[in-house]
Design a protein around this ligand. Structure first.
Ligand code: MTE
Ligand code: MO
Length: 371
């Protein structure tokens, strides 16, 4: 009986996640057309946080603004390239009507009707043209991509949001400074673990909410940052982040995933992710990302390099903690003589040349700044 209910729930979740933009878009379009008699007044997307009240941008607004036509190349995460020609107004020209410029914004999040969302960092807003495409290859957008496809030439296709329905101006996406590094390989041994279906494989994953409840400082953050081994840095909304999983076995691990999240939002081969003042670091990714260091025959990453990558290098002292409760203190001047290694069984350990044995911690959980 329980199994039956469970499978019905799973089927519902699957059905929801597979349905693309078109469904919701059609519904939205139908709703608004009945409200607005002229079709040019059909609501295209909403802009929040730019002015005191929300701005409704209509398809008429998009059509009557100056149009740009451009041949573009979309490059996805696998490096596949697709060429097409797009036409539509520049976001900059839409914002101009409200006396604003994208260059003055510190961050923007585009959300789509299929649940996809992505934040654009200030660098993109500063340097790139953002085309709000309403035509592709001389034809109106496919129904599934309506009402707008964001196109940002020279940026990866993950920023080219289809069926974009909301543009949120983000207040301040600055990352809080890190005070603690927690190792993902160690926490994966102390959290509830579940099987996770990843394409045709079944891997292991833990819930980010479990991780945060057990190990984070309790400092409330609006968003999380994730950095991958290809240097991609993403900002995720708190809710998206807390409802997702870290898959730590199998292909692309560690990976940021969730069953009901469009796969384009997955982050593969995570180096670290941070939430508030806590930064969760993968030594498995780090040992290829940071330079290899050998100390007394042991191979790993230098504690100094790790602290620099985490933005935690300082002149103070650090406390190391093991999963078994063991603890040791080191000084900033010791960090160049320390390495972090990962054993074949995935155990993280520290080793410091010339320091007392208690600084060699097996099952290393965290390194934090001494207050
Ligand atoms: N609404 C929406 N937009 C999206 C995505 C998505 O899943 N939903 N995926 C993104 C990613 S990761 C890529 S690589 C491209 C894929 O674009 P294509 O479907 O035109 O090949 O769209 C981007 N825009
Ligand atoms: Mo992608």
């Amino acid at each position: 009986m329980f199994k039956k209910i469970l499978s019905v729930i799973i089927i519902c979740i699957l059905a929801l996640s597979i349905s693309s933009c078109s469904k919701t878009t059609k519904k939205t379009a139908a709703n608004t057309t009945s409200q607005n008699t002229a079709s040019g007044n059909t609501k295209a997307f909403v802009i929040t946080g730019l002015t005191d009240s929300d701005i409704q941008v209509t398809t008429g607004d998009l059509q009557s603004a100056p149009q740009v036509t451009k041949a573009v190349t979309a490059v996805d995460s696998a490096g596949n390239k697709t060429n097409f020609t797009v036409k539509g107004p520049l976001l900059e020209d839409i914002l101009k009507k409200y006396g604003k410029s994208q260059k003055d914004l510190s961050g923007v999040r585009f959300s789509a009707s299929d649940g996809y969302s992505i934040a654009l960092p200030a660098e993109i807003l500063q340097n790139r043209d953002i085309i709000l495409a309403i035509e592709v290859n001389g034809k109106p957008l496919d129904a599934k991509d309506m009402p707008v496809r964001v196109v940002i030439p020279d940026e990866r296709a993950m920023y080219w949001v289809k069926c974009m329905v909301k543009m949120e101006v983000l207040k301040d996406v600055a990352k809080q400074s890190t005070s603690k590094i927690i190792f993902t390989e160690t926490v994966s041994k102390s959290l509830p673990v579940q099987n996770y279906k990843y394409f045709s494989n079944t891997d292991k994953a833990f819930k980010i909410s479990d991780l945060v409840n057990k190990y984070a400082n309790g400092i409330n953050a609006d968003s999380a940052f994730i950095k991958a081994s290809d240097n991609l840095k993403q900002n995720e909304q708190k809710d998206t982040f807390l409802n997702a999983y870290i898959k730590f076995t199998g292909e692309d691990s560690p990976a940021f995933v969730a069953p009901n999240m469009p796969s384009g939002m997955h982050v593969k081969n995570i180096l670290w992710f941070s939430y508030g003042q806590d930064l969760f670091f993968s030594v498995n990714t780090g040992k290829n990302y940071l330079k290899k260091t050998v100390m007394d025959g042991k191979e790993g990453i230098s504690v100094k390099d790790l602290l620099t990558e985490a933005g935690m290098a300082s002149s103070g002292s650090y406390i190391l903690k093991g999963l078994d409760g063991s603890q040791a203190e080191i000084k900033d001047s010791d960090t160049g003589n320390g390495i972090i290694s990962v054993s074949d069984s995935g155990d993280i350990s520290s080793y410091f040349k010339g320091l007392p044995k208690d600084t060699n911690i097996n099952g290393l959980l965290s390194i934090e700044m001494k207050k």
